[in-house]
Design a protein around this ligand. Sequence first.
Ligand SMILES: Nc1ncnc2c1ncn2[C@@H]1O[C@H](COP(=O)(O)OP(=O)(O)OP(=O)(O)O)[C@@H](O)[C@H]1O
Ligand SMILES: [Mg+2]
Length: 214
Amino acid sequence: MTALRAVDVHKAYRRGREQVHALRGVTLEVHPGEVVALLGRSGSGKTTLLNCLLGWETPDSGEVTVPGAAEPGAAPWRTVAVVPQRFGLLDELTLADNVAVPAQLAGIADPGEAALATLGALQLGHLADRLPDEVSLGEQQRTALARALVVRPAFLVADEPTARLDEEMSTRVLATLREVHAAAGTGVLIAGHDPLAVAAADRVVQLSDGVLLG
Ligand SMILES: Nc1ncnc2c1ncn2[C@@H]1O[C@H](COP(=O)(O)OP(=O)(O)OP(=O)(O)O)[C@@H](O)[C@H]1O
Ligand SMILES: [Mg+2]
């Protein structure tokens, strides 16, 4: 498995007459089995960089390499799973069904069982039959993480996965991530501001106004 890689990526948005340079030549690699924390204040370009790595947005220039992608720039969701900043749960499905959907699409033998096991690992087992609207934002956030982990991806890209969790729950979620990582050698990229995520990372990089520092 090769690395998840962005090389000299530039991305600008146009807002009326204004150009916003969200990324100005960013190079970043996440190797298999590595946990990388991507820090940077709000608006520094973290989500834009993740979206470019996922093929959700096209860089203006530069190159993105995604392991296992059939076409350049399009991340296969089974290989590179995502926890979006806005979770993207399906409102009409229970938490268990939200997590079971990708398991089923991935051809996992018992998707319902896999969903319950993953929800249980994130302390959500007792909420499996609830709808997203019937649980807290932090619980929705952990459900989005369960939905990503249930397919046992080679890489996990998580956009502020602990932003709505208290310290105790953040610690538990990060411990779960480290366990998954240790058991399956998952490469993890976590964007956010959380000092606990920094502590859980093998390597920390910082975005500042679209430029990556160290
Ligand atoms: N669709 C868009 N149109 C115009 N500007 C955008 C768009 N998306 C992002 N931007 C701008 O690009 C810059 C980077 O945004 P981005 O969402 O990547 O930041 P971020 O580091 O993820 O911030 P946060 O921590 O608040 O999530 C910001 O100045 C933002 O306002
Ligand atoms: Mg963001």
